[in-house]
Design a protein around this ligand. Structure first.
Ligand code: NAP
Length: 254
């Protein structure tokens, strides 16, 4: 059974993985044997995160690039595959959040959200998938959200982008499954990270969240690792186009 979930011989690129959920996934997948490539915009932050993994005895590389820049993405993926080796698993994790009422939302912030949360998934996946298609093997995991399904006050552009990532996951699945590439999504509920800092500090929000979530608590980012191991391993070789909600039951409750 253990072999079903082993990630020995898997090389995993995780975008935006110098901190938060991306870094915890890097640690969790490395623990199962994966070789990790940490991505961040800045080389220093990526190197710092990779050092932490190496200190634990894991194999970690870095590739610093802005996931929203088409040329930077293409040249980084080419370099990774030439210098480090083929990418077996891609996790599209980089994301940003901005909060304003819909009627006040500045268009430049809308553009930033769409670029990082949506267009980057297209750009990085396309570049990696072209190479996976040739090898007829690969796994792509898109980090979606509760907001792939549900709207919420002040974060309409984020919900629009995460809804699009759900449909990118399904569309990519339809086009890539025939090449033995499994494309799936992980949709986290509410987890304590830098992105949710303002909500974590808001006691009224935490009270609302605990009432609204069947599990009656915040998620611990460590609790996303199991889903990522499953979707990266051969245990999920016939799982295609699925969104795995890790949300304490929030989506199924009114
Ligand atoms: P986080 O702590 O803010 O981490 C996001 C990471 O993305 C940061 O390391 C950030 O780097 C990186 N990033 C942003 N723009 C980038 C770019 N243009 N190029 C490369 N890297 C970039 O957030 P998180 O909570 O871990 O979120 C990770 C993912 O989970 C996101 O897709 C988010 O939407 C999703 N998610 C989170 C929650 C939650 O409860 N936390 C719930 C549902 C979904 P810098 O800091 O250097 O900018």
């Amino acid at each position: 059974m253990n072999n079903l979930f082993t990630l020995d011989d898997k090389r995993v690129l995780i975008t935006g993985s110098a901190q938060g959920i991306g870094f915890l996934l890097a640690q969790g997948l490395a623990e199962q044997g994966a070789e990790i490539i940490i991505n961040d915009i800045t080389a220093e932050r990526a190197e710092h995160a990779a050092m932490k993994l190496r200190d634990c005895g894991y194999t970690a590389w870095t590739s610093a690039f802005n996931v929203t820049d088409p040329e930077a993405v293409e040249s980084a993926i080419e370099n990774i595959e030439r210098e480090i080796g083929p990418i077996d698993v891609l996790i599209n994790n980089a994301g940003i959040q901005r909060r304003h009422p819909f009627t006040e939302f500045p268009v430049n912030e809308w553009n930033d959200i769409i670029a990082v949360n949506q267009t980057a998934v297209f750009l990085v996946s396309q570049s990696v998938a072209r190479r996976m298609v040739k090898r007829e093997a690969g796994k792509i995991i898109n980090i979606c959200s509760m907001q792939s399904e549900l709207g919420r006050d002040t974060i309409t552009p984020y919900a629009a982008a995460k809804g699009a990532v759900k449909m990118l996951t399904r569309g990519m699945c339809v086009e890539l499954a025939r090449y033995n590439i499994q494309v799936n999504g992980i949709a986290p509920g509410y987890f304590k990270t830098d992105m949710t800092k303002t909500l974590v500090e808001d006691e009224a929000f935490t009270q609302w969240l605990c009432k609204r979530t069947p599990a009656a608590r915040w998620g611990d980012p460590q609790e996303l690792i199991g889903a990522a191991v499953f979707l990266s391993s051969k245990a999920s070789n016939f799982v295609n186009g699925h969104l795995l909600f890790v949300d304490g039951g929030m989506l199924v409750a009114v």
